[in-house]
Design a protein around this ligand. Sequence first.
Ligand SMILES: [Zn+2]
Ligand SMILES: [Zn+2]
Length: 210
Amino acid sequence: MIIDMHIHTNLGSICSQLGPDELLQRVRELQIDAICVTDHHSHRGADKMIEYARGSGYPIFRGVEIYTNLGDMLVFGLKRETRYHLTTFDELIEMAEEDGAVIIPSHPCRGWDPKHAHEHSFPQGLLGHIAAIETHNGANKARSNDLAQAVAREFSLNGTGGSDAHSLWQVGKCVTVFENDISSQEELLAELREGNYEAAYLEDLSNSRG
Ligand SMILES: [Zn+2]
Ligand SMILES: [Zn+2]
């Protein structure tokens, strides 16, 4: 099952121009099986999108992207809203543990200069508290994703993929391919914890699908 795990819509992110109609149409064209709406610090857009798509049969899952002192984090399963300000990673761990949520650092190596990659380091305080890292982010330069994949290998972390789309043309660039079908938010959390998935560029999958 192919899921774009990281999408901002204009229902919940003022930085996004992506409307619900065009989004649904596009993901169907691309043969993406489901999406996660992950607006900044709010589930409002995801909830509206779920409501919007109700009856269409197209699965929409809910996440949120939270700005922390250790970088942006995609969080799935959080049962509360957070204020739009810097959250410390420690605060986030506490919230995630209480709510049974899963944390995945988004675009963990964005902005690293590959020539000086050794001068950057992945914050090891994250280890043990995250289910995966986002190794394929559609808004990243390829080299930032390459570095994230190297970090995932180094620390034996699972990788997820999502487009980080803020407009239509970005949708579906990166995706996560799950081994099992997922039909509920609970199943999504379980699969994210289990690690039965791989990140990919949709283009590569399309080539192999022929
Ligand atoms: Zn971000
Ligand atoms: Zn984002």
